[in-house]
Design a protein around this ligand. Structure first.
Ligand code: ADP
Length: 629
């Protein structure tokens, strides 16, 4: 070998190399992905040449990538049987960073030709310097009789010398760095580690990636003796399941892929596979899990889909592909039309990504709508698991997405005794019913026993029972459905009384205005005390005026930073109940006792509404005093 003079990298390359090693890549593991992608490009180029140039002949079986490592010498060798590089190409492609031969090739190519070229930035190769202190590239081009070796120990420069390589292709030998306190480079000199890196990043490279692997064979069962033997194994599965013809994939295959890739013990509830051609072509394979991941409702959960560019993993969890309200969806997206930035880690301009995300959002939505229509049981099971997320989606972003999601919501119906959609509620509304009634509480049973619910039920109206604390926020965001407003049964004026009843109530309130004012003055938190005719058997209830309901106040109260948002509460007393008579009597004859009763009744009303009682000791003493008489 005649050594040629040592050449320096082109000046800007030096800085770039430094940048490359220290900052472009955040993850050292990807060096293998980059070198394998280059090898795959070289095999594609050779194959393409064989289609257009009669002098170039290839056997498909010979197109392969081989991986080897040597723990003693601390080397990893990546070999391909691709097009190889001439001396000039070695000089131009590896001597100048950010010079991509692949991009030139792609630009000069007839766009109809189907070749998958992964590389296009001309920096991937240098990522190998993150883990190596010396790299030797020996290559023989299909266009040259001679072969050359390119050697470099990093930013200093490189040498090119003649070499002896008989067959076309490229062999890259990485000399792996010594371990440091912070970095364990030796981990790469390990069969298991290399295998898993190939599986993770390069599983869908379309050429076989082979490695000599060690197998422990049982030699003697009784003596538990094993014998090691080596054999050449193909590490990658080559054809991703989402690229296979749908006819050739069984339901089980999808389920197994899901369980394997996303570490779930259960099959997915729904598989959504699509192949989109157009402005931005992509294939996607999405899954709706059958149960929420254990960390789903915690801050640790990260939404996102695995993003592949031409079968090469770019991002394990691309969050931009999913709106928050579908964050439970798992899956992969593979596109040839992505514009990647130099580190292949992020996307430079996200136009294509936005387009894909938009398509995926509407695809998931359509599939859910279909499921709701055609497989009710399955949808209900989905909704019980992830419905809360959809409801968040309705009120997040100031309700911007509510119209997309409102038809997917379900609430418990007092009449049907099961979950129904808003559309179904409207369809079954009684003649003359103008509004959608709802009631909130912590459980169906508790809501069912609310005093205010009784009156609406008596009129034979259906009531939606809201048991999730997000429910009422979602309803408030929707405002109305098919021109029907939502009305909380606990709001002060439901307008369900007859004219006659209204008249009597008005009169009772006017006649007793002093009594009611005394009660209100005693109970500082309520904005009004009044007699009502809307209660049947219950003596009292709390209702609210204005936008903030009692249920909302409970949510605000539970928040760590008290924003002081309070409902305007009205204490209503059943004017047909014996207690009304008693109050009037005490007001005339025993003011002290009257105040006691007022306090007790207010505490009762809070209790029924599920609100805490601030002075339980005082109240229980008062009750005892009253009942002991
Ligand atoms: P990129 O792959 O993004 O173009 P790289 O820095 O990884 O950039 O590689 C630079 C160029 O070197 C490639 O475009 C290609 O022309 C050439 N090259 C790299 N590896 C090989 C290989 N194994 N066989 C043939 N050419 C290669």
């Amino acid at each position: 070998m005649i050594c040629l003079e040592k050449k320096e990298f082109k000046s800007e390359s030096k800085r770039l190399l430094d940048l490359m090693i220290n900052s472009i890549y955040t993850n050292k593991d990807i060096f293998l992905r980059e070198l394998i992608s280059n090898a795959s490009d070289a095999l594609d180029k050779l194959y393409y040449r064989s289609l257009t140039d009669k002098n170039v002949k290839v056997k498909k079986d010979d197109l392969a990538i081989t991986l080897a490592f040597d723990t003693d010498k601390r080397t990893i060798t990546i070999t391909d049987t691709g097009c190889g590089m001439t001396k000039e190409e070695l000089e131009n492609n590896l001597g100048t960073i950010a010079k991509s031969g692949s991009l030139n090739f792609k630009e000069n190519m007839n766009s109809d030709e189907k070749v998958n070229i992964i590389g296009q930035f001309g920096v991937g190769f240098y990522s190998a310097f993150m883990v190596s202190d010396k790299i030797t590239v020996t290559s023989k081009s299909i266009d040259s009789e001679e072969s050359y070796a390119w050697k470099s120990e990093g930013a200093d420069g490189y040498t090119i010398s003649k070499a002896k390589k008989e067959s076309n292709g490229t062999e890259i030998v990485l000399h792996i760095k010594e371990d440091t306190d912070e970095e364990d480079y030796s981990k790469y000199l390990n069969e298991y580690e290399l295998k898993s890196l190939v599986k993770k990043y390069s599983d869908y490279i379309s050429f076989p990636i082979k490695m000599e692997c060690t197998h422990h064979d049982l030699k003697n069962e009784e003596k538990h003796e094993y014998e090691d033997h080596k054999c050449l194994e193909t590490l990658n599965s080559m054809m991703p399941i989402w690229k296979k013809n749908k006819k050739d994939v069984k339901e089980d295959d999808y389920d197994n892929f899901y369980m394997d890739k996303f570490n779930d013990f259960d099959k997915p509830l729904k598989v959504i596979s699509s192949s989109v051609e157009g402005m931005c072509s992509y294939k996607s394979l999405l899954f709706i899990p059958s149960h929420a991941p254990y960390d789903y409702y915690t801050q640790d959960y990260e939404k996102g889909l695995s993003l592949y560019a031409n079968g090469v993993l770019i991002m394990e969890r691309c969050a931009d592909l999913l709106p928050d309200y579908f964050s439970f969806v798992k899956g992969v997206v593979d596109s040839e039309d992505l514009s990647l930035n130099i580190s292949r880690e992020l996307l430079q301009e996200s136009h294509s990504l936005k387009l894909i995300a938009k398509n995926i959002e509407s695809k998931i939505r359509k599939e859910l709508e279909e499921m709701l229509k055609n497989d009710r049981e399955k949808y209900e099971s989905f909704f019980k698991t992830f419905g809360v997320q959809l409801k968040y989606g309705v009120y997040n972003n100031y309700g911007a997405d509510k119209d997309k999601l409102k038809d997917l919501l379900m609430f418990y119906s007092s009449k049907e005794g099961k979950l129904i959609t808003l559309g179904e509620y409207i369809k079954k509304m009684k003649d003359g019913q103008e509004v959608i009634y709802y009631a909130s509480g912590s459980s169906i049973a508790k809501i069912d026993s609310l005093p205010q619910v009784e009156q609406v039920k008596d009129k034979d109206y259906d009531i939606l029972y809201l048991t999730d604390y997000v429910d009422q926020f979602a309803i408030t965001a929707i405002q109305e459905y098919e021109n029907k407003k939502f009305i909380n049964v606990e709001s002060e004026d439901l307008n369900l009384e007859t004219e006659e009843e209204k008249e009597t109530t008005k009169k009772v309130n006017e006649d007793n205005s002093d009594l009611l004012k005394t009660m209100k003055d005693e109970l500082k938190e309520v904005s009004e005390v009044r007699f009502t005719s809307k209660l049947k058997n219950h003596p009292v209830c709390l209702t609210s005026k204005g936008d903030v309901s009692i249920e909302m106040q409970k949510v605000f109260d539970a928040m760590p930073n008290d924003m002081g948002i309070k409902a305007q509460m009205v204490l209503e007393v059943n004017e047909k109940h014996d207690i009304a008579k008693k109050l009037k009597d005490l007001y005339q004859n025993d003011k002290d006792e009257f105040i006691k009763y007022t306090k007790i009744l207010y505490a009762e009303a809070r209790m029924i509404a599920g609100l805490p009682i601030d002075n339980p000791t005082e109240i229980s003493t008062l009750i005892c005093e009253v009942i002991a008489k």
